[in-house]
Design a protein around this ligand. Structure first.
Ligand SMILES: NC(=O)c1ccc[n+]([C@@H]2O[C@H](COP(=O)([O-])OP(=O)(O)OC[C@H]3O[C@@H](n4cnc5c(N)ncnc54)[C@H](O)[C@@H]3O)[C@@H](O)[C@H]2O)c1
Ligand SMILES: CC(C)(CO)[C@@H](O)C(=O)[O-]
Length: 308
């Protein structure tokens, strides 16, 4: 299968590298330092495996249309990435493996055929050309927002062949929302308190706040007609237990002085609440606190003193 990974950073390079190593026709589309390093020395995947993979990489989308685009930018880059790839997006299957809500709707706005996806694999871009596979997880893919298509089954087959454990859901929207609701609790709380995920599990007060945030998100999802595929309270406890040693990705972004995906997690829950006449005060509070933190002059240095 001819696959382009649009937004080849940590998770995109991991997926693209493994698919290429399994024999798929893959091109990574990323930023120059990472692309140059890959073309010079190959993509090094370390952590769970130790492999150098000579996967082709480029900074701009090739002209020829692929069978599949894997969208792996941060959610706040989705529109810009789709706009820059407009020529190859129209009528192409596009799988989002991003966190957050709304990416698939953006794909459809650009004429792409959206496939939803969530993954619990973990990856960090250690340096240009080097990705660390930090946690082996599962990936769920499905025709967006729900339903079935043989092409999605094909994606699952080639992902599994590449060592990416993958299942197909006929209600991928239910998975995307469930994961976003869990992220809406773990990510801002862990970021504001600058703690690993396990600290939320071990602290009664933090855990009760996280449970209340999850309950608020569930109410918004249900009011919007979303059938949650897995109960977010169960997923919250499973995730906290499994990733207790993680500093969540939002905290990592803040520590690196980067934007976060809060608008596409808690921000979207507030937006969807409003669309059905609901308030989402807990999500609104967390959204505002993280946005404020992002904008504080000097970023984290202002909040916690010297950046690590
Ligand atoms: N990293 C993980 O372990 C993990 C796990 C699950 C889900 N996710 C989700 O996957 C998405 C990507 O996460 P990540 O950690 O890989 O982020 P990342 O920042 O490492 O990778 C995204 C890359 O896309 C690049 N990019 C942005 N716009 C581009 C464009 N127009 N053309 C080419 N490249 C472009 C960025 O420069 C960046 O290198 C996020 O939504 C994240 O929440 C990540
Ligand atoms: C599951 C998760 C919260 C683990 O840290 C991850 O999605 C993250 O860090 O964003």
């Amino acid at each position: 299968m001819k696959i382009y990974v649009l937004g080849a950073g940590a998770i995109g390079s991991l997926f693209g590298g493994l698919l290429f190593a399994a024999g798929e026709d893959v091109v990574l589309i990323g930023r120059k330092p990472h692309v140059d390093a890959i073309n010079k020395r190959g993509l090094r995947i370390t952590g769970i495996i130790e492999e150098v993979i000579k996967v082709p990489a480029t900074i701009s989308p090739p002209e020829e249309k692929p069978d599949l685009i894997i969208l792996a930018t941060k959610s706040y880059s989705t529109v810009e990435a789709l706009r820059a790839s407009k020529a190859i997006v129209e009528d192409t299957w596009i799988l989002s493996i991003q966190n957050g809500i709304g990416n698939e709707d953006e794909i459809r706005k650009f004429g792409g055929k959206p496939i939803g996806g969530i993954t619990t694999n973990g990856a960090i871009l250690v340096s240009s050309g080097v990705v660390k596979w930090t946690g082996k997880g599962i990936t769920v893919v499905g025709l967006y927002p729900k339903g079935r298509h043989t092409f999605v089954d094909k994606i699952s087959e080639i992902f599994n062949r590449a060592g990416l454990e993958t299942i197909v859901s006929e209600n991928i929207e239910g998975w995307i929302w469930a994961k976003a609701i869990v992220n809406s609790a773990i990510n801002p709380i862990g970021t504001l308190l600058r703690v690993k995920n396990g600290a939320i599990l071990d602290n009664e007060e933090l855990l009760s706040v996280a449970v209340e945030v999850v309950k608020e998100g569930c109410k918004v999802a249900t009011q919007n007609g979303v059938k949650l595929e897995v109960h977010p309270i169960d997923l919250l406890f499973q995730t906290l237990k499994k990733t207790r040693e993680n500093y969540n990705s939002m905290l990592q972004d803040i520590l690196k002085g980067r934007k976060t995906e809060i608008d596409y997690i808690n921000g979207k829950i507030v937006e969807y609440a409003k669309s059905v006449g609901l308030e989402a005060p807990l999500n609104f509070l967390l959204w505002g606190l993280i946005k404020g933190m992002e904008k504080l002059h000097g970023g984290v240095e202002n909040v916690w003193g010297k950046r690590e």
